[in-house]
Design a protein around this ligand. Sequence first.
Ligand code: ZN
Length: 140
Amino acid sequence: MKTYTQYLTMHLPERYGFVNITRQVEEAVRQSGVREGLCLVNTMHITSSVFINDDERGLHEDFLRWLEKLAPYNPDPNVYHHNRTGEDNADAHLKRQIMGREVVVAITKGKLDFGPWEQIFYGEFDGRRPKRVLIKIIGE
Ligand code: ZN
């Protein structure tokens, strides 16, 4: 069995944002030489996400608005217990939990075996600092 590991560094200039990382993951699959297997992609931080959905601007705006309704940014420690630690990112932890930590994609004939509109995204909820994403590929 082959294994391949790669780390991406993400550094978004804003607090929130989504980045399509599909090309980087496809490149990692190519580098791995795996033809049949599995590809795990996960963020290594607890205030960001990796998820699969459509690469459509309107949808991304809808995600951000929906997340802001569910877990609005508010540094007030009376609103979020987590912010009593002196941090201001309780909302980012909650947003990440909704959007998920990782995705697993099947590799078939050397390619990510996606449905028709599936793309892999990095979701940032507390940016302006570097964060890592792990790509782990196993198979034959
Ligand atoms: Zn925190």
